[in-house]
Design a binder for this molecule. Structure first.
Ligand code: PEP
Ligand code: MG
Length: 561
């Protein structure tokens, strides 16, 4: 047995064989020439054969896929045979270019042309780049980029995963996610929890294991073991038996003594919202609207946006839906809004700040939200991400009022907002703690970096103190404004107890975590949760805070959490 310690980000104990995510395809060197002794005719034939193979492979996958996935695969397969793409490359080969360089350059021109056409065509621009990378991989004889395909379920091992990878990740085939890089607040962690897959990040060295290696993954303990023994097999079987106990959420989050803590869902669109409603979510605590904008080269119209928002509102008639305005920038770049050349994007023009450099987009989004709200029955609250000062909060509240939005709020993600929550909450109706970003900014540790995973955990006493200060601020001056948590911290059942003890009023998480959080929360009284919060605040380190609290919650071990 060989052990790879990492950071557990989504619970579950499972055994399976691994498939490595292929490395991204590098650009063939500019000016690369035809190999000596190869004629342009031979090179063109090789290129056509590679393109044909890519087409056939994508088409075969489309035949086995359904719904959106099928349509995407069919469209991409067709692109591999696109005449303009192949003819463009053949011309370059005739002028002496290598086939890899030729298809690369031809792909760039076709993609740029589609991009300039706008609308539906512009959306196809990224498909061309995907096909181009696949053809180059075929010519090099290396695995195609993207999530590997397999007829058998497997454990996916990657350096890290990007939001776009989710589109092709089939949760029926992928048993667990393991990454060598990435931190606990990275996209891999968010994706794993939303799909209910066990996951471990920052497990250095796992990306060196050969495909087909059998491994044991413990997503709560944060460990990977290659070639597991019988005791680990038994642990995986025991987990499979308890997992079904955690499948159901009664629909009311509360402590043992009846202190209510509404458990809400984090969603990215209508489908997520419908699934969350089915899983018993008491509303939506974070609607990440950028998911409606991602992979768009132009701003969606007010009508398009309103339709997307209404889709979410309609899943929760009469219930609270907290929508977050666009959070572009840093790890979520948007071509029409953010500057990819910024030297320090996490500290740059992101979230609410994009309104400084590109005014109008936020106003139109608020207009679309107000329009969708009028046509639905949800209780809509709207918050801005990356608010740093009371002045920004006041300005956002004014913009909301002008658009006809009744309940404006802010996300507390920047330490300055936690420290001045009292003055900020004079201006708006509520706050929601984005603990993923609050942690990265409090600890000055990029949330995407594996080597900083130890710093980048919301169990850090410094982060918990900032949560405590935000709650204190919300109660200052006699006002009592709601403060929720919508970062990944809320999905950790032990941390959910601590946050409740610190006084947060709602917890919002991926819907798959609702049952586990509810099951643990109902084993403690509010007074006990407050004691555990004090214990965590007094710990000298994140590791000790977590260990001390977990020790007092035996239900975690019983449920394998
Ligand atoms: C957060 O920062 O905690 C949060 C909820 O926002 P996101 O993860 O989308 O940045
Ligand atoms: Mg955030």
């Amino acid at each position: 047995m060989q052990n790879f310690p990492g950071v557990g980000v989504s619970p579950g104990r499972i055994i399976g064989t691994i498939r490595q995510m292929p490395k991204p395809i590098s650009e063939p060197p500019a000016g690369e020439q035809l190999a000596a002794g190869t004629t342009p005719e031979e090179a063109t034939a090789a290129l056509k054969a590679a393109a044909g193979a890519v087409h056939d492979e994508l088409k075969a996958r489309a035949d086995h896929a359904t719904g959106d996935g099928k349509a995407v695969l069919e469209a991409t397969a067709l692109m591999a045979k696109d005449t303009m793409l192949i003819k463009g490359a053949a011309k370059l080969i005739a002028r002496g270019s290598s086939p890899q360089r030729a298809i690369w350059e031809s792909g760039s021109s076709v993609s740029e042309m589609l991009h300039n056409l706008g609308g539906y065509m512009a959306e196809r621009a990224t498909d061309v780049l995907d096909v181009r990378a696949r053809i180059v991989a075929e010519l090099r004889g290396v695995p195609a980029p993207g999530i590997p395909t397999s007829n058998e379920p497997f454990i996916l091992v990657a350096e890290d995963l990007a939001p776009a990878d989710t589109a092709t990740l089939d949760p029926n085939k992928v048993l667990a996610l393991v990454t060598a890089g990435g931190g606990p607040q990275s996209h891999t962690a968010i994706i794993a929890r939303s799909l209910g897959l066990p996951a471990v990040v920052a497990a250095v060295g796992v990306d060196e294991l050969p495909d087909g290696t059998e491994v044991y993954v413990d997503g709560a303990a944060g460990s990977i073991t290659a070639n597991p023994d019988d005791s680990l097999r038994a642990a995986a079987e025991a987990w499979a038996a308890t997992a079904s106990l955690l499948a159901e959420f009664s629909g009311t989050g509360s402590t043992a003594d009846g202190h209510l803590v509404p458990l809400l869902a984090n969603v990215g669109g209508a489908k997520d919202a419908q699934a969350a409603a089915k899983l018993g979510a008491q509303g939506v605590g974070l609607f990440r609207t950028e998911f409606c904008f991602l992979e768009r080269d132009t701003e969606p119209t007010v009508e398009e946006q309103a339709a997307a928002y209404k889709g979410v509102f309609d899943a929760f008639p009469g219930k609270k839906v907290v929508l977050r305005t666009l959070d572009a920038g840093a790890d979520k770049p948007l071509p029409f809004l953010t500057d990819s050349t910024e030297p320090n994007p996490a500290l740059g023009v992101r979230g609410y700040r994009t309104d400084f450099t590109t005014p109008g987009v936020l106003d139109r989004q608020l207009e679309a939200i107000a329009k969708a709200e009028k046509e639905s029955e949800a209780d809509v609250w709207v918050m801005a991400p990356m608010i740093s000062t009371a002045e920004e909060a006041a300005r956002f509240a004014t913009m909301c009022a002008e658009a006809g939005i009744k309940t404006p709020g802010v996300m507390v993600e920047v330490p300055s907002a936690a420290l001045t929550a009292d003055t900020i909450l004079r201006e708006v109706g509520f706050a929601s703690l984005g603990t993923n970003d609050l942690t990265q900014y409090a600890m000055a540790a990029d949330r995407q970096l594996g080597p900083l995973a130890g710093l980048n955990t919301p169990w850090q006493p410094a982060v918990l103190r900032l949560v405590g200060l935000t709650v204190e601020g919300s109660r200052a001056e006699g006002h009592n404004k709601p403060v929720g948590v919508c970062g990944e911290a809320a999905a950790d059942p032990a941390l959910a107890v601590v946050l409740t003890g610190l006084g947060v009023t709602t917890l919002s998480m991926t819907a798959r975590s609702l049952a586990a959080v509810a099951a643990v929360l109902k084993t403690v009284t509010l007074a006990e949760a407050q004691e555990l919060a004090k214990l965590a605040l007094s710990a000298p380190s994140a590791v000790e805070a977590r260990a001390w609290v977990r020790e007092k919650l035996p239900v975690l071990e019983e449920l394998g959490l």
